[in-house]
Design a protein around this ligand. Sequence first.
Ligand SMILES: [Zn+2]
Length: 73
Amino acid sequence: MYCCDQLQEAEARGALYIGAKHRIDDGRIVNDVNTEYFIRAAGRQGYDYFGVNYCPFCGRALSLDLWAHEKKK
Ligand SMILES: [Zn+2]
């Protein structure tokens, strides 16, 4: 599920990980955002993953959690 081409390109380049949190095994998750979208950056050991709820390129809501919240409004 991609909101824009830039997001898709970021994943293709490995700058973005899309998937379940518990499947990340080559680094650590830096923040505590409930999402399936993570910015990946080289850390001291393995990678650092930054969870994001919004697309860093076009600003649209990304995570399923957020979609669920918006629907309830
Ligand atoms: Zn986008």
